[in-house]
Design a protein around this ligand. Structure first.
Ligand code: SF4
Length: 370
């Protein structure tokens, strides 16, 4: 049994209809519930919930304070390679895009680590394109020990791997893996993933099962907002989260909600989710799961990130570069997508502190349990 089997029982159109037909009474029922069902969650995602946004946001903020206090965890993405053997319609690293490809050597990684360490970070998210032949297990084996010497908490966002491979990486110090399904609607998934192993929808869908079985501490889920109807995709993410929480309670979970950004080969500004709807989505996730971590990247503009802090966000990146080698040296345009919040980590930290929150540079929960 894996989430693929569970997914087979879900009907996209039926779930979508349930969201769009939810009434004010359904929203009020959800707001009156202490432990939300997935039907309650669907009501909170609905257009009918828009007029309840102040109540939703207030409740989300209060639940977040109870569970996480007034803290925001900081992490930084470390791009190791922009090689990729896939073609995704929305990504600058797609193999058919003509851009300079680069994979960091151990010496270059060492320099990046020192530059990141100087900024104060202790949690890094290692990012690569998906290129098993050149940036696969051999590469990870050689670079993880170098990076682990510098940082307490290692997260990865790379191609989906086998369960045994994840187990090996855990033994080298891997703590968390982010693996976003992009969209849970299979025909839409097929239309955006045009070449490469990423075309295998079910291999990706089963990845969180493999991660949990391999003993990975934290697993990140999410849909890329803007590929299909965000409300329905987010309800699928919620199903996935519930399934995992029930089957693998030893792991922790985080959710991201990246909205499409312009990139090389795709300069169209997508506008399929309004800022107000992002507030609705974050609040709904928090009401569904008081313990899930909610992560916000520098894809979002500074003014909006500032406003979202008190709502339910628990971790943020700041001062990010999406180019391999981008911290130690200024690089040419090798970016995966463009960043919107360009402030330095200390500027973002000052903004967070001005709102009465504390920035956490170290993942204490893992430090105590691991
Ligand atoms: S989204 Fe990932 S798999 Fe797709 S082209 Fe970009 S880096 Fe490669």
């Amino acid at each position: 049994m894996s989430f693929s089997d569970y997914w087979q029982q879900l009907e996209w159109q039926q779930l979508q209809q349930g969201i769009y037909e939810a009434s004010s009474r359904d929203v009020e029922r959800a707001l009156g519930s202490n432990k939300l069902t997935l039907e309650n969650f669907a009501a909170l995602l609905s257009p009918a919930a828009d007029s309840y946004l102040p109540q939703m946001a207030e409740r989300a903020a209060s639940l977040t304070r109870q569970r996480f206090g007034k803290t925001i965890q900081f992490y930084l993405p470390l791009y190791l390679s922009n090689l990729c053997a896939n073609d995704c319609s929305y990504c600058g690293f797609s193999m058919s895009n003509r851009l300079k490809r680069r994979t960091l050597t151990p010496e270059e990684i060492e320099r990046e680590c020192l530059a990141i360490k100087q900024m104060g970070f202790d949690s890094v998210l290692l990012v690569t394109g998906e290129h098993e032949a050149k940036v696969g297990m051999n590469y990870f084996h050689s670079v993880l020990p170098i990076i682990k010497r510098h940082f307490n908490y290692l997260m990865m966002e790379v191609q989906p791997l086998a369960q045994e491979e994840y187990r090996e990486l855990v033994s080298l110090g891997l703590d968390a893996v982010m693996v976003y399904q992009e969209t849970y609607h299979q025909p839409t998934y097929a239309s955006h993933h045009l070449r490469g192993k990423k075309q295998d929808f079910h291999w990706r869908l089963q990845t969180p099962d493999r991660l949990a079985r391999a003993g990975v501490d934290k697993i990140g889920l999410g849909a890329l907002i803007g590929l299909d109807d965000w409300r329905t995709d987010s309800l699928f993410v919620a199903h996935h989260l519930r399934y995992l929480e029930q089957n693998y309670w030893q792991s922790r979970y985080s959710i991201s909600f990246p909205r499409l950004r312009p990139c090389a080969g795709n300069t169209r500004q997508q506008g399929l989710m309004r800022d107000r709807e992002l507030v609705q989505l974050i609040s709904a996730y928090r009401l569904l799961s008081p313990q899930v971590e909610l992560s916000l990247s520098t894809r979002e503009p500074a003014w909006l990130r500032d406003k979202l802090i008190p709502l339910g966000i628990t971790s943020m990146s700041a001062g990010s570069s999406t180019s391999p080698g981008g911290y130690a040296t200024a690089t040419e345009a090798l970016e995966q997508f463009s960043i919107d919040d360009n402030r330095s980590p200390s500027e973002v930290q000052a903004m967070i502190q001005a709102q009465g929150f504390e920035v956490v540079w170290k993942d204490w929960e893992r430090s105590y349990s691991g």
